[in-house]
Write a protein that binds this ligand. Structure first.
Ligand code: UDP
Length: 250
């Protein structure tokens, strides 16, 4: 099978190698949050919310760090997976994977805003997975940015913020290699079969915020990497447009 040949590559859901699953946003799903959206990305669904707290973490005050802060929490609801996933509170310890993912979401959101312009406040981005079918971290970043933008618009509408602190919109997508073919946006069935698994976080200037790439079962070549990045760029461009439309709806 030749690399990237969509005619010979049968994906389980019939998508082309560089085709995203359907992505939609249902805004204001959590009315008490400052901004919220339910991102539905194929069968992966994540509730993303942004809540504003009019104070900054202690370490910022102690170190006289100017501006605001943005941080994230991620969790999978017990019924989001086929086998019930026990809550961290029941297990008595924080899941390492969740911790890694929430740090990624936090870094991605901080890359989207000018923290000085945000002012002396903290924004919490909470991402709770309702249904997991691969790509929950990329859905969290992509939906988290929409929730954040809705919250920033509310702060401006309420006269609490006099300018938009967004530096550049941010979105994320997965790419990988399955059966020797580079593909975009892996659901669970492809994720478990992937020889290479990669997550891209990028901004609207086409710059990378984070690349998490692993040869799970195989090494990967320059050529495969280039194809994955090309698919990723295409996916990110489409996601940025979908985000823009969702934010405009308010
Ligand atoms: N998954 C699961 N239970 C877990 C962790 C993962 O069922 O405790 C599934 C879920 O469908 C998830 C997929 O495995 O989306 C891939 O997980 P990964 O850690 O690669 O993160 P993701 O692709 O969700 O960002």
């Amino acid at each position: 099978m030749s690399e990237g040949d969509s005619s010979t590559n049968q994906r389980p859901d019939g998508r082309a190698v560089d085709q995203l699953r359907t992505v939609t946003f249902k805004n204001n799903i959590a009315p008490y949050a400052t901004g919220s959206t339910l991102i539905e990305w194929g069968d992966t669904r994540v509730i993303c919310s942004a809540t504003v707290e009019e104070s900054v973490p202690r370490w910022m005050k102690m170190q006289n760090v100017e501006g605001g802060w943005l941080t994230a929490e991620y969790s999978m609801l017990p019924y989001s997976t086929l086998d019930r996933k026990r809550r961290d509170i029941t297990k008595g310890k924080i899941d390492g994977r969740s911790q890694e993912i929430q740090r990624l979401i936090g870094r991605s959101m901080r890359a989207a805003v000018d923290l000085i312009k945000l002012g002396s406040r903290t924004i919490w981005i909470d991402c709770d997975v309702l249904q997991a079918d691969g790509g929950t971290r990329t859905a969290s970043v992509t939906g988290g940015y929409v929730a954040l933008s809705l919250a920033l618009a509310k702060l401006q509408a309420d006269g609490l913020l006099d300018c938009n602190p967004v530096v550049s919109p941010v979105a994320a997508v997965s790419v990988g290699v399955v059966n020797g073919v580079s593909i975009l946006d892996l659901p669970y069935v492809e994720d478990v079969a992937a020889e290479v698994d990669m997550n891209l976080v990028m901004n609207a200037n086409g710059e990378f915020i984070e690349l998490q790439g692993t040869g799970e079962k195989n090494t990967f070549s320059d050529g495969e990497l280039a194809t994955m990045l090309a698919h990723g760029r295409k996916g990110i461009a489409e996601l940025l447009e979908l985000q823009k439309a969702a934010i405009a709806e308010g």
